[in-house]
Design a protein around this ligand. Structure first.
Ligand code: UDP
Length: 250
């Protein structure tokens, strides 16, 4: 995989197949690795959130959602493929039974994660779900959750508690968890549980935010109204050389 710098952050150019092969390697290495999907919203939040900025920079794999493909393109960086967190999660779940990878799910409301697990067991009979836990807990419960994860020895831990909560929780416990592949997947459990609808493929070319907004306008309007124009402006500034950030192959 080829790594570029985009607006001061790493981004990896790889296809879904290459991402899955890299995940195989991470699991063989038995060492913790983190995968971080990036999008317009995260690349705006980093301006005021140095913790998130640092987490993205130290991620083993940084996968680009559509806005990043578009923005990179403006800076003449050709990224191989648009791989959203939910898209990679789906590919992992399809492949996991063939490799007998053990998966642990952490996040979403109790009834949501339970419903998702029920549905996944029905859809992927041989999927090895080693454990799951909802994402509404306080730091007092950290110990018990960490011990549960460690005792189940998952190969892959998917954390769905929204940004930046999930990234920070992963970062706080990354070494101790000792899971070969850890990825934050935002609102994906809600989709797999049937609570929200997944964006259709034909809208994944820049309209995913609009589809999500239509489903949850109250919560999301502020996020998209502020971050979308801000992100476009950041990209244009870089394109026109107004802040010195451009294409640098690492
Ligand atoms: N969530 C959680 N714990 C919390 C807050 C949120 O598990 O303390 C879950 C919430 O139920 C939802 C997901 O995190 O399933 C948040 O999804 P969102 O769409 O905000 O994430 P994004 O993809 O935007 O990062």
């Amino acid at each position: 995989m080829k790594r570029y710098e985009f607006l001061g952050y790493p981004v990896d150019s790889l296809t879904t197949d290459e991402a899955l092969m890299t995940i195989d390697r991470y699991i063989e290495e038995h060492k913790p690795h983190r995968i971080t999907p990036i999008n317009a919203s995260k690349l705006c939040r980093v301006d005021s959130d140095s913790r998130l900025a640092n987490i993205i920079k130290k991620s083993d794999m940084v996968i680009p959602e559509y806005a990043v493909i578009w923005g990179a393109n403006q800076l003449k960086i050709k990224l191989a493929e648009h791989i959203g967190g939910i898209m990679l999660m789906r590919s992992i779940l399809e492949k996991a039974p063939f490799k007998n990878y053990k998966i642990y799910f952490l996040g979403a409301k109790e009834e949501v994660v339970t419903e998702m697990v029920k549905r996944l067991k029905r859809e992927h009979r041989d999927l090895n779900i080693t454990g799951y836990h909802h994402g509404y807990f306080t730091s007092e419960n950290d110990r018990e959750i960490i011990e549960d994860i460690r005792s189940k020895c998952p190969d892959i831990l998917l954390v769905a508690m929204g940004t930046p909560k999930q990234e920070v929780w992963i970062d706080d416990h990354f070494e101790e968890l000792n899971v070969p592949v850890v990825m934050g997947v935002g609102g994906s459990f809600d989709v797999f549980a049937g609570l929200t609808k997944e964006t259709p493929d034909y809208l994944r070319c820049g309209f995913e935010w609009l589809y999500r907004l239509a489903q949850d306008p109250k919560r999301l309007w502020k996020r998209y109204i502020t971050t979308n124009p801000k992100f476009v402006w950041k990209v244009l500034k870089a394109k026109w050389g107004l802040n010195g950030s451009g294409k640098v192959a690492l």
